[in-house]
Design a protein around this ligand. Structure first.
Ligand SMILES: [Ca+2]
Length: 262
């Protein structure tokens, strides 16, 4: 934790504006992560998505050649995308200047720095059966002034169904069932709780912010076994209502005690 505080201080990641702090932390982690998914994913991303992934593939190939793919650590041989532990990654940042791993590592690093900056973090996962490249783990954060949870990273565009689930807090890694169960509408395990929803509705859900009562239910209960508990017409509309079209959505106007009609 001391290293995390030092990182926030040394790289000037804290700002009195909370969303600016979040954006600075996200940029810092992105710039200090040697991105490593599986080789299959890296080749697929490079071919199908290009851009950034095309530039990291040669670097990863080189790393692979030098024996970086598997490392024996903590009693087990692990692949380079399997080190999503904050202590491991923070020590790595301190000694090499970089984290190393995929979006799970990125989320873990972001969450640690959020905490060091006084911002409660959250881990959110999305996955798509048809479009594997849309599968992603990303952090959420609590805005104590607006009293809601948000995410900095935007959702992908597209008319596609996504499984969205939220990581629960758990008391001990020995007493959990990590197997995730899917139905068409629901995702659940002792670690996750989620539902299937259209991408645009998920984006509207997060941009409106998640109420702390709902977040509490998501991370400490199994109430989301009922479809629509998380994503419904009010929490995740296809179009966020803004009756007077002034850019402030109706729900925000009601919270601010302004008139959403004019
Ligand atoms: Ca309005």
């Amino acid at each position: 934790m001391t290293t995390l505080f030092e990182t926030i201080k040394k790289h000037l990641l804290y700002d009195s504006a909370l969303n600016y702090t979040v954006s600075k932390i996200e940029s810092f982690v992105a710039l200090h992560n040697h991105y490593r998914s599986t080789m299959e994913n890296l080749i697929g991303f490079s071919e199908n998505l290009g851009g950034y992934f095309k530039t990291i593939l040669p670097d990863a190939m080189n790393d692979l050649k030098n024996g970086g793919y598997y490392t024996y650590y903590f009693g087990k041989t692990r692949r380079w995308d399997g080190f999503m532990w904050l202590n491991y990654q923070t020590a790595r940042l301190k000694t090499t200047g970089h984290y190393k791993g995929d979006c799970g590592t990125n989320t873990c690093a972001n969450m640690g720095l959020y905490k060091a900056a006084g911002i409660p973090p959250l881990s959110i996962q999305r996955s798509s059966v048809e479009h594997y490249e849309l599968t992603h783990n990303f952090p959420g954060y609590y805005d104590m002034l607006l009293n809601k949870w948000y995410a900095y990273q935007a959702f992908p565009r597209g008319d596609v169904d996504l499984h969205i689930y939220f990581h629960k807090y758990f008391p001990h890694h020995w007493i959990i069932d990590t197997e995730i169960k899917y139905t068409e509408e629901l995702i659940y395990s002792s670690l996750y709780q989620g539902e299937t929803v259209r991408a645009i509705r998920a984006e509207n859900f997060l941009s409106q912010g998640i109420h702390p009562d709902l977040m509490e239910s998501l991370v400490v209960s199994d109430k989301t076994h009922i479809q629509g508990f998380i994503f419904n017409d009010e929490s995740a509309p296809s179009l966020i209502p803004d009756k007077d079209k002034d850019g402030l959505c109706d729900s925000h106007e009601l919270e601010l005690s302004t008139n959403p009609e004019k």
